[in-house]
Design a protein around this ligand. Structure first.
Ligand SMILES: NC(=O)c1ccc[n+]([C@@H]2O[C@H](COP(=O)([O-])OP(=O)(O)OC[C@H]3O[C@@H](n4cnc5c(N)ncnc54)[C@H](O)[C@@H]3O)[C@@H](O)[C@H]2O)c1
Length: 343
């Protein structure tokens, strides 16, 4: 097992009522999420776990250097035993995409990593909330749900919270309105088949079309949807990875859980018949509190959007089926853990 760095020599026991978050994967996303959590002063303890111990130690040391200037948190590089008592374990260990590689194309590689991490976490008796960011996030959330044996409510994928934030930002730029004043949802896959649900957009209670008509502007919806859909690729083309947007989405979900906010956020969850879809993870608006996902909402969308949502579900289902085909065939009785059939 990996040694600890930082507040203790050996495993850090922590204090009984301390709030702890474990971050599995101390790469770009994991380290940035730790930094954002620290600045937000949301938790008392952050443990970084990575197969690259030197990296986890370095990130923990770098983050701890900021402690005296922010609200102090204990941040250290630990092991899965340290994660056992965490309120939330954030899974950012996964295969990163490069260039124009789609998120779905790294599913098999990411699945092996996610399964390793979930197995290690479960073997230590983890009983908190699992938050999945590794891509393809809808498929990896499904894998983590099945592998952990946790109720779906306790396995949340970051899903399209990031894409929805991007949509609000782009519409805000087009209309010269603060993105925080715009309610907008991207639904479905966090990926190429995602759906910018324009019919659900509200600005001060007005629809996008109503607001645009009153303001004498005509935003190009197809162009906006394309910008949002390709934003991740564009950022990766420039800096090689994305980190700040996803880290902030991670923090927002952690906040909703740890403060029992009962906030409604678009995240990836197990569908159980919404819009006639079941047995896969994808994003719909969800009510989030201390127990994880407490309710899945079904906003009124138009027929074209409903068809796009079904098509997006089809893409995720195909990826799940390909992943299942990729696995060694079980001998009877069936022990297959990955299947896109309803859980
Ligand atoms: N959901 C989103 O919106 C979103 C956004 C950005 C990135 N991502 C995804 O997040 C994941 C991480 O991205 P990144 O840029 O931080 O990648 P990265 O390569 O910088 O970090 C991944 C880290 O995981 C570690 N790791 C790999 N296998 C491990 C294992 N078995 N146990 C422990 N640690 C292990 C690696 O050592 C590495 O430090 C990728 O899958 C990426 O596609 C998701």
């Amino acid at each position: 097992m990996w040694a600890c760095f930082g507040p203790a020599d050996g495993r850090y026991a922590g204090t009984a009522d301390a709030m702890r978050i474990a971050i599995l994967g101390a790469g770009h996303v994991g380290a940035t999420a730790a930094y954002a959590l620290m600045l937000r002063a949301l938790v008392d303890e952050i443990v970084l776990i990575d197969r690259d111990l030197a990296l986890a130690r370095a990130e923990a040391a770098d983050l701890s250097d900021a402690n005296a200037l922010a609200r102090p948190a204990r941040i250290w590089a630990g092991d899965y035993g340290d994660a056992a008592s965490a309120d939330i374990a954030i899974l950012t260990a996964g295969a990163a995409t490069h260039g124009t590689e789609s998120r779905l194309s790294v599913a098999a590689r990411s699945a092996r990593i996610v399964e390793d991490c979930v197995d290690a976490l479960m073997s230590e008796g983890f009983s908190g909330i699992l938050l999945i960011a590794a891509n393809p996030v809808d498929v990896m959330s499904f894998v983590a749900h099945r592998r952990s044996g946790f109720a779906a409510a306790r396995v949340i994928g970051t899903g399209t919270l990031l894409d929805s934030s991007r949509l609000r930002q782009v519409i805000g730029e087009r209309l010269d309105i603060a993105p925080t004043a715009i309610d907008a949802l991207v639904l479905g896959e966090h990926g190429d088949s995602e759906l910018a649900a324009f019919s659900t957009i509200r600005i001060g209670g007005m629809t996008l079309d109503g607001y645009a008509a009153s303001a004498g502007v005509s935003p190009d919806k197809a162009e906006i949807a394309a910008l949002v859909r390709t934003a991740g690729y564009d950022i990766i083309a420039g800096k090689g990875y994305t980190s700040f947007g996803i880290a902030t989405a991670i923090v927002r979900i952690c906040e909703a859980v740890l403060r029992d906010e009962r906030a409604v956020l678009p995240v990836s969850t197990m569908l159980t018949g919404q819009y006639g879809l079941a047995g896969l993870y994808m994003s719909l608006p969800c009510l989030i509190g201390q127990n994880g996902i407490e309710r899945v909402l079904t906003p009124d969308i138009n027929a074209d959007e409903e068809a796009a949502l079904a098509a997006s579900a089809g893409v995720i289902r195909t990826a799940l089926d390909m992943l299942a085909d990729d696995r060694p065939k079980p001998t009877a009785p069936s022990t297959a853990r990955i299947s896109s059939q309803p859980a």
